[in-house]
Write a protein that binds this ligand. Structure first.
Ligand code: NAD
Length: 487
């Protein structure tokens, strides 16, 4: 069985304990993972703290930091297929997607490499004649990063890239469900030549590892991606160290199709939005809101496409839908489908649990028109689409905004003015018009409501890993006047 290690203070080591990771395609153990507990977490955070304030990293110029990030980007690109295979093996995400996604992850590191020496302070035109005052931008401190199992290299790149560009040091906690790709990524960090302690990569379970990391007294910021319930723990824990938090959480994203849309193209986008990555995507367009006059036609196209999807081994380049990452996840999906059909939702396709090894679940469509279905409200994080229809634009917008989430959304129409009205009216952090599931390091990403706060990607994300320091310098040689009056 393959064995992985933690990466702490520039060295690879075992954890306090270990656990087996299952191959989601077969349900059998394939690798032994190190399990970090409180003492490992403490060592990792202490090494990051030392690296931040007293070490080679703290003496580096921003340009030098950028050069290390460029090196890391090249290494990620050169090792993309190896990392992709590991991610596919450990999480079941199809190789077709992991190889393309990880090759693109290198672009995130390149983008932030370029930003490292463009983070500027500012000079203040202060209202006192004998003072020079300016703002320095300094790293916010030691950052804890916690990610879920899906797209771990991507979800960590949007944190690690800007944090390192800003000069922070960090402890990155891989998900206990499929940590292999991040533990292997640590080898690239090592090879790139980052000084010890700048990047630490660990894994372990939520309460014993994630919680210990989030509330550690030396942590200044927690960058979290995961579910809203876990986020509440993260926020509660931050009451101890008063760390700031950025939260990228779940979604129940609306996918609105008007009758004038190119239905074939919209259906392809809908397939990408709900069946790609076996629906384990925070931006999954899981609520189809379709104009009533084309509902039957659109559902027929979707049904045809859903039933033609190639389900199989995630390591096969031809596979389009692989297994879910864990048996637990599949169980959750199956139960939510059952509760929804019990409430009256009608199965258009799918909705059954395949027999045999592996955590497979077929692409599923539920017609929820006129039904108070839990599938319209709760996140599946799986390949299940819930459909409702509308008559008017106002109704479509009301349905779209009828959610506690607000991460992503899609609008499909040829009508330009209507597209503009919806862009403005939809309460979500991302609106895709006539496209879906597009990302770039240049475009910020994040949610409204229970989808969290903070943005990842873009220039501002690097600034979010900094804090300002106000420096006052008196230019007069005269003695300080009246000490009892504030200057
Ligand atoms: P999760 O919230 O269960 O776990 C996420 C991470 O948090 C894991 O590493 C876990 O070990 C850790 N964790 C658990 N308890 C903790 C605690 N008390 N303190 C600190 N860390 C703790 O999420 P999941 O089920 O693995 O992933 C699915 C969720 O992630 C979905 O809700 C999905 O929408 C969301 N997600 C969001 C985005 C985004 O960018 N908005 C991207 C991907 C996934």
């Amino acid at each position: 069985m393959q064995r992985f290690q933690l990466y702490i203070d520039g060295a690879f080591c075992d954890g306090e304990a270990s656990f087996e990771s299952l191959d989601p395609a077969t349900g059998t153990a394939w690798a032994q993972m190190p399990e970090a507990r409180e003492a490992d977490v403490d060592r990792a955070v202490e090494s990051a703290h030392k690296a931040l304030y007293d070490g080679a990293w703290s003496r580096m110029t921003a340009t030098q930091r950028g050069k290390l990030l460029y090196k890391l980007a090249d290494l990620v690109a050169a090792n993309a297929s190896r990392l992709a295979e590991l991610e596919t093996r450990d999480t079941g995400k199809i190789i077709r997607e992991t190889s393309a996604q990880i090759a693109y992850v290198a672009e995130y590191y390149r983008y932030y490499a370029g930003i490292a020496d463009k983070i500027e302070g500012s000079y203040l035109p202060i209202d006192k004649p004998d003072m020079e005052v300016w703002l320095r931008r300094e790293p916010v401190g030691v950052v804890a990063m916690v990610v879920p199992w899906n797209s771990q290299l991507f979800l960590s790149a949007v944190k690690v890239g800007p944090a390192l560009a800003a000069g922070c040091t960090l402890v990155l906690k891989a998900s206990e469900d499929g940590p292999a790709p991040l533990l292997e990524f640590a080898r690239l960090v090592h090879e790139a030549g980052f000084p010890p302690g700048v990047v630490n990569v660990i894994t372990g379970f939520g309460p014993s590892c994630g919680a210990a990391l989030g509330r550690h007294p030396r942590i200044a910021h927690v960058a979290f991606t995961g579910g809203p319930e876990t986020a509440r723990h993260v926020v509660r824990n931050s009451a101890e160290n008063l760390a700031s938090t950025s939260l990228e959480l779940g979604g129940k994203s609306p996918f609105i199709v008007f009758a004038d849309a190119d239905l074939e193209s919209a259906a392809n986008a809908q397939v990408a939005g709900i069946f790609a990555a076996t629906g384990q995507s925070c931006v999954a367009g899981s609520r189809l809101i379709v104009e009533r006059s084309v509902k039957d036609r659109f559902i027929a196209i979707l049904k045809r496409k859903a039933e033609a999807v190639r389900i199989g081994s995630p390591l096969d380049m031809a596979t389009e839908v692989g297994p879910l990452a864990t048996a637990r996840q599949r169980q959750h999906i199956s139960e939510l489908v059952e509760r929804s059909t019990a409430a009256g939702a009608r199965i258009v396709t799918g909705g059954w649990m395949p027999e045999g090894g592996g955590f497979y679940y077929p692409p599923t469509i539920l017609d929820c028109d006129g039904v108070d279905s839990p599938s319209l409200v709760e996140e599946f994080f799986g390949p299940v689409l819930s459909v409702v229809s509308f008559e008017t634009e106002e109704e479509a917008l009301l349905l779209a905004n009828d959610t506690v989430y607000g991460l992503a959304s899609g609008v499909f129409t040829q009508n330009l003015t209507r597209a503009h009205r919806l862009m403005k009216g939809i309460r979500a952090g991302v609106v895709w018009v006539n496209t879906y599931r597009a990302v770039s390091p240049i475009a910020p990403f994040g949610g409204f409501g229970l989808s969290g706060h903070g943005r990842e990607g873009g220039l501002a994300a690097a600034l979010d890993y900094t804090r300002t320091k106000t420096v006052w310098l008196r230019t007069s040689d005269d003695p300080i006047p009246d000490p009892f009056v504030m200057r």
